[in-house]
Design a protein around this ligand. Structure first.
Ligand code: ADP
Ligand code: MG
Length: 277
């Protein structure tokens, strides 16, 4: 690869003109610069980032710590606005949070501790979606079953393991049947075995319902396992290095080649030579 810093795109999609048409991207991030303003300085978190997410994509944002992955996800969530560029969902500019975009975080404390598993999952269905009690109950039970927590439906969060808490958070997000599920390093605080299991379960859920996922990680392996598309971001401030198709992890050779290629993009040819000795 001649210039590892040049952005590359595999299978670019034609961009529509803001109109929702079949095959149009679900989420479009177009030239987005995101900044934090503190009392005496500004931090540029991402610089002119562009990408499209299509329906049923498992779209991964991959990059080193501090490159602006969480900030980008927050912007798609509607929690902050770009100072340059725009983000659209189904052709409409995102200006605020909404039940069409549900977020799952890394932290185990994202559940309401005074509510049971069932009550946690039902809560946004009632409050944000306005479902009747019986509809919310049916939907919550169905998604709790999908994440295999039916036995713990009346348990409180503090009695659950980290992995189980994350399953509840995933069930709560999915039960809302959002246009896009936003996950910010949801498995990063789990032990390696649980993490692997959760990745597989997430893929199984995707096979079942084909939801659209935006998933943030700093792990190359996790990006390849979870994603069908991988956006590789440069270190701070985050810029697009490449947008790549993932490969099936069952194809060990292809997965290894892709991992090497991503390492090269993230760390440059130099570190690649060093790591190979
Ligand atoms: P990542 O999720 O990729 O680790 P973040 O999106 O959290 O990165 O952060 C991107 C940059 O923005 C970092 O330099 C970080 O220090 C800065 N940043 C994040 N949150 C804030 C904040 N609330 N105020 C000021 N700077 C922030
Ligand atoms: Mg982050």
């Amino acid at each position: 690869m001649a210039n590892p810093y040049a952005a590359e795109t595999v299978n670019p999609e034609p961009s529509p003109d803001g109109k929702v048409k079949p095959g149009a991207p679900l989420v479009q991030v177009d030239g987005v610069t995101l900044e934090y303003k503190t009392t005496n300085h500004r931090v540029t978190a991402t610089y002119r980032v562009s990408f499209d997410v299509h329906r049923a994509d498992r779209f991964v944002l991959l990059g080193p710590s501090g490159c602006g992955k969480s900030t980008l996800l927050k912007a798609v969530g509607g929690y902050m606005s770009p100072i340059e560029g725009k983000i659209t969902l189904k052709g409409k500019t995102i200006t605020r949070p909404g039940p069409d975009r549900m977020m799952v975080f890394q932290e185990f404390d994202q559940l309401l501790p005074w509510k049971t598993v069932l009550q946690n999952v039902m809560f946004p269905l009632r409050v944000a979606k306005g479902l009747s009690k019986s509809d919310a109950l049916a939907k919550a039970e169905a998604y709790i079953n999908k994440v295999k927590l039916t036995k713990f439906i009346h348990s409180y969060p503090h009695t659950l393991s980290g992995g189980m808490k994350q399953r509840v958070a995933i069930a709560r997000g999915m039960a809302m049947e959002p246009d896009v599920l936003l996950m910010d390093e949801p498995f990063a605080a789990l032990d390696a075995l649980t993490r692997r299991k959760m990745q597989e379960e997430l893929l199984q859920l995707w096979e079942d319902t084909r939801f659209t996922l935006m998933f943030v990680t700093h792990s190359i392996d996790e990006a390849i396992i979870v994603g069908n598309r991988i956006l590789v971001l440069s270190p701070h401030p985050g810029q697009v290095r490449a947008e790549l198709n993932s490969v099936p992890v069952s194809d060990a050779v292809a997965a290894k080649n892709l991992a090497d290629r991503i390492s090269g993009l993230l760390f440059g040819e130099e570190s690649r030579r060093i790591s190979r000795g």
